[in-house]
Design a binder for this molecule. Structure first.
Ligand code: BTN
Length: 243
């Protein structure tokens, strides 16, 4: 049978590079538990986003999933997505992408528009976690026919001309480093890059019956949850998003 992927190693990061897959997260969840093994695809037929949403994955994007082994990270599960967001942020900054911010909890914005989403999943083993899969989708270029109508207003591309596998390897290498930081270090990095600090915004609180809360964005607490100052005092959002 023909091998359906190319395997390459860039700066110590092993990458399995596919043309088209259903979802790189699915492949990574089935792979052996190898720390920082990275699955990359040029397109996905069923890319997944948060809350069971579809993640548009046409050619022109970087779709990748990085495997992380719990024993090789100092961070609890709830800080893995913030750590991955910082890792992507650093890689984008290094290639000269400017005006980027992290939108709590898992998006990266350029000039206020989404250029990257992150979906972290875990594979259980008995009562513990066997491996963590960090799925990252970056709009490198606008798709040929433009972004889908449903995301057109909010999405943008970073207009990347370089080698996508080099970028993937840089992100995976950064993830490896971030996972070895302390909780305080990652929270400080994350908060420094957070969008809307000091601004009045409205959020949907998933943990409280999808209630809407408006208030000033203050930062994140020690668990990576969002702190908002509302007319009723400080509110903490453990799960939710800006609307
Ligand atoms: C979101 O914006 O809600 C998260 C999007 C995560 C998309 C990436 S693309 C690579 C990996 N495979 C998937 O099916 N999803 C993640």
């Amino acid at each position: 049978m023909m091998k359906e992927y190319e395997e390459i190693n860039i700066n110590g990061i092993k990458i399995k590079s596919f043309e088209s897959v259903v979802s790189t997260n699915d492949i990574a969840l089935e792979e052996s538990a190898e720390h920082l093994l990275t699955i990359v695809a040029e397109r996905q037929t069923k890319g997944r986003g948060r809350m069971g949403r579809k993640f548009f994955s046409e050619e022109g994007g970087l779709y990748m999933s990085v495997i992380a082994i719990p024993e090789k990270t100092k961070l609890p599960f709830n800080l893995i997505t913030p750590a991955a967001a910082c890792a992507v942020y650093d890689a984008l900054e290094k290639i000269g992408v400017c005006d980027i911010k992290i939108k709590w909890v898992n998006d990266i914005l350029k000039n206020g528009k989404k250029v990257c989403g992150i979906l972290t999943q875990a594979k259980s083993f008995g009562k513990g976690i066997e491996k963590i899969v960090i799925g990252i989708g970056i709009n490198l270029k606008e798709p040929k026919g433009g972004f889908d109508e449903s995301i057109k207003q909010k999405a943008a591309a970073i207009e990347f001309e370089g080698n996508r596998l080099d970028l993937a390897a840089e992100i995976s290498k950064n993830i490896g480093k971030k996972l070895l930081l302390s909780e305080q270090e990652i929270l400080a990095e994350y908060e420094k890059r957070l969008a809307y600090i000091g601004e009045e915004r409205t959020f949907c609180d998933y943990a409280n019956g999808m209630q809407q809360i408006s208030g000033t964005v203050v930062g994140v607490n020690e668990e990576g949850f969002l702190k908002i100052r509302s007319s009723e005092g400080e509110r903490i959002l453990s799960s939710g998003e800006m609307i």
